[in-house]
Design a protein around this ligand. Structure first.
Ligand SMILES: [Zn+2]
Length: 219
């Protein structure tokens, strides 16, 4: 019986959704889910293309990064995932992607992604900061990205991509797509020679609270 079967299957499912949303290509991007009951993490392997992965290919590691189960090495960005589980009790899922539109903000580098859509206000709740550049796979990348996310849930990584964390994988996924749709919308507006209007901070806060208080189950 493999450990974290439910989490492994969830990762396969979310990989598919991320690919359909256009934010990962082939082997890019990595995903993890933390199980607080046993302190173990299910995390994508390195160098197995997402469409060739089954649940048995997902690695299981502990909070120090030691492989507990799995036939592959974990993603080379494992430190980027572990740093959140080691330091934030409110994070149980991490999604790192290379979304083409959001990454435009990461190469301009001087403008956090503003909140212009209700969807983003709900899923993220504040402007998305830009984390400074550090080399892929380095501990430095994990540190500067963790620092940029702060108490929030997302950061665009300079010259690289995006990170979204959440209490659940569904929330991290919603944050990922909300960032990419916001970036695409801003780029479209600017290609029309126009500037976007930013949602009022008060409204962003209220929308975020509504989202966090919402339960999909009927009362
Ligand atoms: Zn990456």
């Amino acid at each position: 019986m493999m450990k974290l079967m439910e989490e492994r299957e969830k990762i396969i499912e979310v990989s598919e959704k991320l690919h359909r949303a256009g934010v990962i290509q082939n082997g890019q991007g990595n995903i993890s889910i933390f199980n607080p009951e046993n302190g173990l993490i299910a995390i994508t392997p390195s160098a197995v293309p997402y469409h060739e992965r089954g649940a048995e290919d997902i690695c299981v590691v502990d909070l120090t990064g030691d492989v507990i189960e799995g036939r592959w090495r974990p993603t080379t960005e494992m430190d980027l995932h572990l740093i959140f589980y080691q330091n934030r009790a409110d994070v149980a899922a991490v999604i790192h992607t290379h979304p083409p539109q959001a990454t435009v903000f990461g190469v301009i580098g001087d403008e956090p992604l503003p909140m212009i859509l209700t969807e983003a206000a709900m899923a993220i709740g504040g402007a998305v900061p830009i984390a400074p550049y550090a080399r892929p796979g380095s501990l430095d990348l994990a540190k500067v990205t963790f620092q940029a996310v702060g108490a929030g849930f997302t950061a665009i990584m300079a010259h690289h991509g995006l990170i979204a964390v959440g209490t659940t994988i569904e929330r991290a996924f919603a944050a990922t797509t909300a960032v990419e749709i916001s970036a695409a919308t801003i780029i479209s507006a600017r290609s029309m020679g126009r500037e976007v209007h930013i949602l009022e901070m008060e409204e962003v806060k209220s929308l975020r609270e509504l989202y966090l208080g919402y339960s999909p189950q009927k009362k």
